[in-house]
Ligand binder design. Structure first.
Ligand SMILES: [Zn+2]
Length: 368
């Protein structure tokens, strides 16, 4: 057990940001070039994780590369522009394209034995904030080794709305907001109906580019998807949805009273039916109820009040501010590698790099 939260890494610098523009290939290439080491490091981390987990998964990196080839045609067919981003990123970062594809499809090919993305997401609309802004907050919980690989992307694609996103390593950006006033937060869920299809990260990338609310929701449930995330999709008007997705089912939750919380278990009865292993998700339930109670205690939220919830340590180390780095199973080690609050009204993102209990938030703005 970690003795106290102060043993977590301290980051003196803000998360680095890159501004990119152009075609999707160009955007990927510019990200790869700016963060060459982070992209390469995340590929190396994924390779070591598979090696460490060989006894459980019996999957080598070469085996994973072969598997990932089956998913690629589905992504190419529906969202070729984001496969272009991966091609560009591989070229810019000077890493093997197939390695990068494998990294982005890894959740699918490890059949979700990697129970890693134990994130906590929240949103409040203008009826629940002190200044009438629409706010969203997300703790990104992931393998500790990738904390060094975090960065911010400020992108202006030729053919889609500009966006600001938190990202790490060689993944496609998913969590953030765009200039059309759509924000997306993502939490892993564990459906029992995965299949070969469009990888989740590609689906999430497409949602981040959506020009309208219904388009965002339809993209989250695109046909031929491989599995599903929970997508909290927020519009600047104060409309907040949580779209719970599996490969073949979905359901939506709507924030009737202006609050939304999601963690890593399905909330709707329909989706609970397709949850793979509910017993393993008890900590997710604890984080969910804790965040929901703290959120509902206040009807005048501010960026600071949401940040206070992100630092919460109830049920430490499996707390909202996650410090579970000392677990024996390599597939279960995780921590909060960044925490962010989006002010969708002001088009700003405030990000703490590492655990937010110990690291300061810095502000990033989407220029239009
Ligand atoms: Zn903490």
């Amino acid at each position: 057990m970690l003795k106290n939260p102060h043993e977590t890494p301290i980051h003196r610098e803000p998360v680095p940001m890159v501004k990119v523009a152009g075609s999707h290939f160009e955007i990927g290439r510019q990200i790869g070039e700016a963060f060459r080491e982070k992209v390469a490091h995340s590929v190396e981390n994924a390779k070591s994780l598979l090696a460490e987990a060989y006894e459980q998964l019996e999957l080598t990196w070469d085996g994973a590369k072969i598997q990932s080839r089956k998913y690629l045609p589905f992504a190419e067919e529906r969202f070729p522009q984001y496969v272009d981003e991966l091609r560009g990123m591989a070229e810019g970062a000077n890493v093997d394209y197939r390695d990068l594809v494998t990294l982005n499809i890894m959740e699918a090919i490890t059949t979700d034995a990697l129970h890693l993305t134990r994130c906590t997401s929240m949103a409040v609309n203008e009826t629940r904030t002190a200044d009438g802004h629409v706010l969203a907050a997300h703790n990104e919980d992931w393998v500790p080794e990738d904390e060094d690989d975090v960065y911010v992307v400020h992108a202006r694609p030729d053919d889609e709305p500009p966006f600001l996103a938190m990202n790490y390593g060689g993944l496609l950006p998913n969590v953030g907001f765009n200039a059309a006033g759509i924000a997306q937060l993502i939490d892993s869920v564990y459906p029992n109906d995965p299949r070969i299809g469009i990888p989740r990260l590609v689906v999430g990338r497409a949602v981040l580019a959506a020009p309208k609310l219904d388009v965002a929701i339809r993209r989250a449930i695109v046909p031929h998807r491989a599995a599903g995330y929970n997508h909290i999709i927020i519009h600047e008007s104060g409309e907040i949805y949580s779209v719970e997705v599996s490969a073949q089912q979905f359901d939506t939750l709507y924030a009737h009273d202006g609050y939304m919380v999601h963690t890593n278990h399905y909330l709707t009865p329909k989706m609970h039916e397709v949850e793979e292993d509910p017993d393993s998700l008890v900590a997710s339930r604890v984080r969910y109820h804790r965040a929901a109670r703290l959120l509902r205690q206040n009807s005048k939220h501010t960026i600071k009040s949401l940040q206070a919830i992100q630092k919460d340590h109830v049920n430490f180390t499996n707390s909202i501010c996650n410090h579970a780095v000392e677990r024996k199973d390599p597939l279960d080690r995780e921590k909060t590698i960044n925490a962010l609050v989006i002010d969708l009204t002001a088009r700003e993102m405030h990000i703490a790099w590492g655990n937010p209990c110990q690291n300061a938030y810095h502000t990033y703005h989407l220029d239009e």
